[in-house]
Design a protein around this ligand. Structure first.
Ligand SMILES: [Zn+2]
Ligand SMILES: [Zn+2]
Length: 277
């Protein structure tokens, strides 16, 4: 692993969602590459934070509690990051439980459709693959490969699981505004993840009115121009500019390394201040 380019990487995943490494392994890696601060942002779960915090304490690394909530914008997926949230907040726990139940329900519906296509995979098999608690389509695809029902992850997705494919089941929609509210109510700071090319400035302005406090500027999906553009937009709209690698592990997008995208330690201070606003 190359030495980190940034002091803080504020976006990565563990086995609690769709990452490959345990919370301890991610923290250890962050320490090894020279990061001073890390945020773990698993999809729809805070299940890895307690273990990561313990390890971070030992390693002398600052761990910012985080989450990434997948939502549905107008015709596109929008991800909202939450930082510094109170993990014991009752409303947060309840909402995350609801999201988890919806995910499980959706997986079961997809498996039912696959079964009708003659592809037999049990829910237990998918859970075994998922290991953590945020089960989803990637785990079904992985299980299909492991049990010989598809030659590759990609083919499982394109042939069966993507939008329009025979085993596709739409997600129950949750809006970006709801995700922002959940994060804010749990005392966290809400940040738009990797806006990339499909989100307009108008939408960002709208979400800011609803409580959005930052934009993820540094991210592997952003071209250098986009990074620059979002830095300017963040400044103009008085939003916090954050950054992170969206690291998922050594074999998922191997070109993406922890600490090669991120931000400076001063961003942590800004986030901590924004929490109490
Ligand atoms: Zn994302
Ligand atoms: Zn992510």
């Amino acid at each position: 692993m190359p030495i980190s380019k940034f002091e803080a990487d504020l976006h990565c995943h563990t086995i609690a969602s769709d990452g490959e490494l345990s919370p301890e392994e991610v923290v250890e890696l962050a320490h090894e590459v020279g990061l001073k601060a890390l945020a773990i942002t698993d999809h729809d779960t805070i299940g890895s934070l307690a273990r990561a915090a313990q390890k971070a304490k030992q390693a002398g690394l600052y761990l910012l509690p985080g989450i990434e909530i997948n939502t549905d914008g107008e015709g596109k997926e929008v991800h909202i990051l939450g930082y510094g949230l109170d993990e014991n907040n009752y409303y947060l726990k309840q909402k995350l439980q609801e999201l988890r139940e919806k995910r499980i329900d959706r997986v079961k519906q997809i498996l039912h459709k696959l079964r009708k296509l003659g592809l037999e995979i049990s829910f237990q098999q998918v859970i075994t693959v998922a290991r953590g608690d945020s089960v989803g389509r990637p785990h079904i695809a992985q299980a299909m490969v492991e049990y010989g029902l598809a030659p590759s992850f990609k083919e499982a997705f394109t042939k069966y699981l993507k939008i329009g494919a025979p085993a596709y089941v739409p997600r129950e929609k949750i809006t970006p505004v709801l995700a922002i509210n959940i994060i804010r109510q749990a005392g966290g700071v809400a940040v738009l993840a990797h806006p990339g090319s499909n989100i307009s400035q108008q939408e960002i302005v709208q979400w800011k009115k609803e409580g959005l406090q930052g934009i993820e500027v540094s991210h592997p999906d952003h071209s250098p121009q986009q990074t620059e553009e979002y830095r300017i937009i963040a400044k103009k709209l008085n939003l916090i500019a954050t950054g992170g690698s969206d690291y998922h592990g050594p074999s998922i997008k191997p070109e993406v390394k922890l600490g090669q995208w991120g931000t400076g330690l001063e961003t942590i201070e800004i986030i901590e201040k924004a929490k109490i606003k």
